[in-house]
Design a protein around this ligand. Structure first.
Ligand SMILES: NC(=O)CC(=O)C(=O)O
Length: 288
């Protein structure tokens, strides 16, 4: 059962935040969110990109990491922003320092319209890839992966959260969808190698698998920067159709999600009730 309670206006803030100047990045995010609220009144859900407050680079995460507490700069900023605009805010991701273990995580905080943290998702699957003549990246050199899936209860319904590479692991989306999520939201930062290969296909796949909305929010591409973000923030509907999409530069993507669209797709192709959990209750068993 999907639990989108009413039509929902969303805004995806595709901006070039990931500079070395954290204060400037935060301020710029705030300017874009204010613009979104003016351009699309009634917006209830706003999404920021992965690592929107600092440089997305393996050797920069620890330097920029913050402990998650009320007076940490990015936490305070995001909380104020959510409260000021009375929105549910998926605060992209920020590098997080966990003081008890000294580990650094790539973490998405979700805030309610009163500025309270209602979810913390630590990127579970770290982006460790080595594509010949393409891209080599090893988040695990400096980051630790999270160990919990995240489904958030908001006033308009439940949605799941993953971060970027997490989208390649369909289990997260399925778990959230089985818990009643109407959407998966992924603050992301694909790049100019893997973006053209898989960005749209993965978003469509997660939607079609579960007959839910899929929302990907990317940083804007900055020519000449070390990591070339793909851009193309988008919303895919429960049928697998892209209903709103950005280009590569700074842009806000607006969309309206409709509970009837979920119901209609599920009536027509009822895979959500045709699963054979009697046969494949736990697919991980086969991997042992
Ligand atoms: N940057 C990521 O975490 C993921 C990515 O770029 C990809 O999966 O491709």
């Amino acid at each position: 059962m999907s639990v989108l309670k009413h039509k929902l206006k969303v805004a995806l803030i595709q901006f070039a935040g990931g500079t070395p100047d954290k204060t400037a990045n935060l301020k710029r995010a705030g300017t874009f969110v204010a613009r979104a609220m003016k351009e699309q009144p009634g917006t209830e859900l706003v999404v920021l990109p992965e690592c929107f407050n600092s440089v997305y680079a393996v050797d920069q995460f620890r330097r920029n990491a913050e402990v998650i507490k009320d007076d940490s700069p990015s936490v305070r900023f995001l909380s104020d922003l959510a409260r000021e605009h009375k929105i549910t805010l998926v605060g992209g991701s920020i590098p997080e320092l966990e003081p008890s273990t000294d580990c650094v995580f790539n973490t998405c905080l979700v805030f309610d319209s009163a500025g309270n943290i209602i979810a913390r998702h630590r990127k579970m699957h770290l982006f460790d890839v080595d594509i010949p003549n393409g891209i080599t990246f090893r988040e695990s050199d400096t980051l630790t992966g999270g160990s919990e899936t995240t489904t958030v209860g908001a006033p308009f319904g439940s949605f799941g959260v993953g971060i970027c590479y997490d989208i390649r692991f369909p289990e997260l989306a399925m778990i959230s969808a089985r818990r009643g999520a109407f959407a998966m939201v992924y603050p992301s930062a694909f790049n100019t190698i893997t973006g053209p290969l898989h960005w749209h296909m993965l978003a469509k796949a997660r939607s079609i698998d579960n007959e839910i909305y899929t929302i990907l929010c990317s940083p804007a591409r900055v020519p000449g920067s070390g990591y070339q973000a793909y851009g193309h923030s988008l919303v895919v509907d429960p049928q697998g159709t892209v209903i709103a999409e950005a280009g590569e530069g700074e842009e806000i993507v607006y969309a309206e999600l409709d509970p009837d669209a979920i119901a209609k797709v599920r009536r027509g192709i009822p895979v959500t009730t045709q699963r054979r959990f009697d046969v494949y209750k736990d697919v991980s068993l086969d991997a042992k």
